[in-house]
Design a protein around this ligand. Structure first.
Ligand code: DC
Length: 346
């Protein structure tokens, strides 16, 4: 057994003792159930409440549901402009067998959002799909988008477009200053048709030129430059503000769309990911070897998760999906179900 931290939050409709204790108790029970925890596993719980809730201490709810031995403490929540109102947040320290990355954090009654001023239009849904290269994100995202009528946005293709521009114009993509000095000359547009997405680089359709190992390596490099990320993230957010999207990448759940309604982090064994990517490239007629792809993916995994700005990381509220032994259909169905569950809750 090791100590794990579980996060949770909920909102309350009215500032009454009954409402505060009921919603907090319900949140705690959900946290325990989702993580298969027993009352005796809980070591301590910290609670925060916004200053519009002052008729009860949320911690009292823990005692009410039988968590008798844990250390409890209530705090006021920091006041931040636009912060959610009537909100209770908890941080539970507990003994658990599963690793921290498999802990399920629980957000109820719209409390995943931190700031209402970052909320998106109610009628639009954003699905953030993150994970390392070859985890199957784009295949799955396309299928989910088709089934639910969402727009698929492949953010990797944008980083690839910048790398392609550099290679095409003989700019050394390893030279950050040189790349940044040319950023204003790069315009990326996504053309969405019902059937597919086309990526235009300064008006030219480059969609079919973005998959070579050289462009992959360059994309991972230019993606580590802050100015490149800022430019592309602005385009990505703009796309998501106009329509329901499923967006795949590395930092969608953590940075581009932190308030996405559904977040999934897809992972998988590196050999299996390399095998899939190799087969995909073979079908496209790109000549390479499995070993070359494996090396490329390992290198990119390292670069993408160790860079300073918005590295590849699972958002704490993202569902973790190891796709090594799952079929495409199974992964697609799982994500569609997650989205439908969200739509029903609303
Ligand atoms: O998903 P992909 O293999 O097409 O992405 C190409 C590279 O772009 C990848 O190595 C990391 C980078 N990338 C990123 O840093 N952030 C994103 N949101 C998407 C891709």
């Amino acid at each position: 057994m090791s100590i794990r931290a579980v996060r949770g939050a909920t909102t309350v409709k009215e500032n009454t003792k009954e409402a505060i204790l009921f919603e907090t108790g319900y949140l705690l029970k959900e946290i325990m159930e989702k993580n298969s925890l027993k009352n005796e596993d809980v070591i301590s719980i910290m609670f925060t409440a916004t200053d519009d809730l002052n008729t009860a201490y949320p911690a009292a709810a823990a005692r009410k549901i039988g968590i008798t031995n844990a250390g409890l403490l209530d705090y006021p929540e920091l006041k931040v402009a636009g912060g959610l109102k009537m909100c209770i947040r908890v941080l539970m320290l507990t003994e658990a067998i599963v690793p921290q990355s498999e802990i399920k954090h629980v957000y109820l009654n719209g409390a995943r959002v931190l700031r209402t001023d970052l909320l998106r239009d109610e009628n639009r849904v954003a699905v953030a799909l993150d994970g390392p290269a070859g985890s199957g994100k784009s295949t799955i995202a396309k299928l989910v988008a088709k089934e639910l009528g969402f727009t698929y946005i492949d953010t990797g293709a944008m980083y690839r477009s910048v790398a392609f521009y550099c290679i095409d114009k003989d700019i050394d993509y390893n030279n950050e200053l040189e790349v940044i000095s040319r950023l204003d000359d790069i315009s990326i547009t996504i053309l969405s048709t019902k059937k597919e997405q086309r990526y235009l680089l300064n008006g030219d359709d480059v969609t079919d030129l973005l998959r070579s190992p050289e462009v992959s390596e360059g994309a991972s490099k230019v993606a580590s430059y802050k100015a490149v990320r800022e430019k592309l993230v602005a385009i990505q957010r703009e796309c998501a503000s106009k329509q329901s999207v499923i967006m795949d990448g590395r930092d969608i759940g953590t940075n581009v769309l932190p308030n996405a309604e559904v977040k999934v982090f897809m992972d998988g064994n590196v050999e299996e990911r390399a095998k899939r990517r190799f087969e995909e490239l073979e079908l496209k007629g790109i000549t390479t070897t499995y070993e070359e792809i494996l090396e490329d993916i390992k290198k990119r995994d390292y670069n993408d998760s160790h860079r300073e700005y918005n590295p590849l990381r699972r958002a704490e509220d993202a569902v973790l999906l190891d796709t090594t032994y799952m079929s495409i259909e199974e992964v697609k169905d799982y994500i569609v179900e997650e989205i439908k569950k969200y739509l029903k809750e609303e």
